[in-house]
Design a protein around this ligand. Structure first.
Ligand code: NDP
Length: 483
């Protein structure tokens, strides 16, 4: 039995009476490690320590804070191959995607290191004579961060980095499917010159330790990424304590392919958008809305491209699509394939469980044609390498379908028509819009988020993150007259 990997609480690595084993989804005989599950007492210890440490951190000089964030970012980027390999081994995304995710996580830290020095407020004259007003931002306090398994490091980091940059303490609960990536990141943060308890890692199941965390009145703010169902539970718990929340949840992103678009760009965008990360992305292009004039040619090229994609072990050279993350996810994906057939879809390729040299959760990417936007496969988030094609006869019909969903994270259009692209950019009801690009793939220095059931609360990423991680204070100063 391997040595237990511990939680990081109040500046110490703490074991626990309870632990879980983590296995590689590309090779179920590969045990990655044994990970401690925090209990309620340990969580309370983390919260107490966080509260005290936050006061020290908020009073720490800006350059000292900046140095900490820079160091973490640089180490992540320098070790991106090593840590990316661990991430891919644990989550199942191909090595290039795992390495890229760690590098991106490093960039988030160096970006927010610079933001430390950009905390500049406003001033105003009062309507009352002789009184001046100073408006500045202060840390929000102790932040609970709850992250999903699909981007185990990047999602956590785009919350942790701004939290620390703006002077807050963090209690982080990662998804229990990806504890190894969490411990690796925590080890880097733990080595920095931070007050004990400023950053805490509490591993455990969402239904137990996660639930205790979100219900705790000692938390000032909760930043969550995951399913709509859990997001709603968090909102209900948070409102009881009037805790500030930021929720990033599901989606059902549409990519529109117009008759005037470049079909090669369209096919590349659809393949990357629908099947990158094994389709397990909140920005995945799961609805492909295609104009009838190019429908058959597009669908043929797309199916050929999907059928040619190499499904295999995440760490094997040449793999383009890794396994899905778990047995549960694979079962759900197969059930969605059955549903697509039952609703009347034509499966043009893929959607089958396949075996490889090692035992893992492998399936082939699926293209399903002849679907309707009203079907469940086009309304529910599948989080699977399954793309459903919807045929339309006009731009107006396409735009109507893009917006006919309760989600609203990303959308895209492939067109050479500037007027259409501009109209789409302004009328698609999504937080992010892509023109001649896949629906997936965003930058780190600009806001990210959606509308409807996709997001709730202030935006994440870029300078916009300041809104969630700080509280505004307005001070009135009557300096009097000089003697
Ligand atoms: P969940 O929403 O269940 O999990 C996300 C995070 O929330 C995990 O850390 C989880 O912990 C935690 N959590 C679960 N229940 C609670 C709770 N009651 N209180 C506090 N925290 C909790 O998503 P899943 O990972 O189960 O994925 C299910 C579906 O969610 C996917 O199929 C997909 O549709 C969607 N999803 C969307 C993502 C996105 O980026 N928008 C990312 C991931 C999932 P733990 O996992 O340890 O139980």
């Amino acid at each position: 039995m391997s040595e237990m990997k511990c939680n990081f609480i109040a500046g110490e690595w703490l074991a626990s009476s309870n632990a879980i084993e983590n296995r590689n989804p590309s090779d179920l005989y590969d045990v990655i490690g044994l990970f401690a599950q925090a209990d309620k007492t340990q969580l309370e210890t983390a919260l107490d320590a966080a509260r005290q440490a936050q006061r020290i951190w908020a009073a720490t000089g800006l350059e000292a804070r900046q140095t900490v964030l820079t160091n973490i970012g640089n180490e992540l980027m320098e070790r991106s191959t090593e840590l990316g390999t661990l991430l891919s081994r644990e989550e199942g995304k191909p090595l290039a995607e795992g390495t890229g995710e760690i590098h991106r996580a490093g960039q988030f830290f160096t970006y927010y290191a610079a933001e430390v020095l950009r905390q500049i407020g406003d001033t105003a004259d009062s309507v009352r004579a002789g009184i001046e007003i100073d408006i500045r931002r202060e840390p929000v306090g102790t932040v609970a961060i709850i992250s999903p398994w699909n981007f185990p490091t990047a999602t956590a980091v785009w919350k942790i980095a701004p939290a620390l940059a703006f002077g807050n303490a963090v209690v982080w609960k990662p998804a229990n499917l990806v504890p190894a990536s969490a411990v690796a990141l925590a080890e880097i943060i733990a080595r920095q010159d931070l007050p004990n308890g400023l950053f805490n890692l509490v591993m455990g199941a969402g239904s137990t330790i996660g639930q205790h965390l979100i219900e705790n009145p000692a938390i000032d703010a909760i930043s969550f990424t995951g399913s709509v169902e859990v997001g709603k539970q968090i909102a209900v718990s948070a409102i009881g304590n009037l805790t500030k929340i930021q929720l990033e949840m599901g989606s059902k992103n549409a990519l529109v392919v117009m008759e005037d678009g470049d079909l090669d760009i369209a096919v590349a965008a659809a393949l990357g958008g629908a099947f990158g990360g094994t389709g397990q992305k909140c920005t995945a292009s799961s609805r492909l809305i295609v104009h009838s004039a190019v429908h058959n040619e597009f669908v043929e090229k797309l199916s050929m491209g999907a059928a040619a994609m190499v499904v295999g072990h995440a760490l094997k050279h040449g793999t383009q699509i890794g396994p899905v993350v778990s047995q549960n996810q694979l079962d759900e994906n197969m059930a969605y394939m059955d549903l697509a057939r039952a609703e009347g879809g034509e499966v043009l390729c893929g959607g089958e469980r396949v075996s490889r040299d090692t035992e893992g959760y492998y399936m082939t990417p699926a293209v399903v044609a002849g679907t309707s936007n009203d079907w469940r496969v086009n309304r529910e988030e599948m989080f699977a390498p399954i793309a459903c094609v919807i045929r339309v006869d006009s731009y107006e019909e396409a735009l109507h379908l893009v917006n006919d969903t309760h989600f609203g994270l990303t959308s895209g259009i492939i067109t050479r028509d500037l007027a259409r692209a501009t109209h789409f950019r302004r009328n698609a009801k999504t937080g992010c819009v892509m023109v001649n690009l896949p629906t997936a793939g965003t930058d780190y220095h600009v806001p990210f988020g959606g509308r409807g059931s996709s997001s709730y609360g202030p935006r994440e990423q870029g300078g916009y993150a300041v809104e969630f991680f700080t509280a505004v204070k307005t001070a009135y100063i009557n300096a009097g007259t000089p003697s």
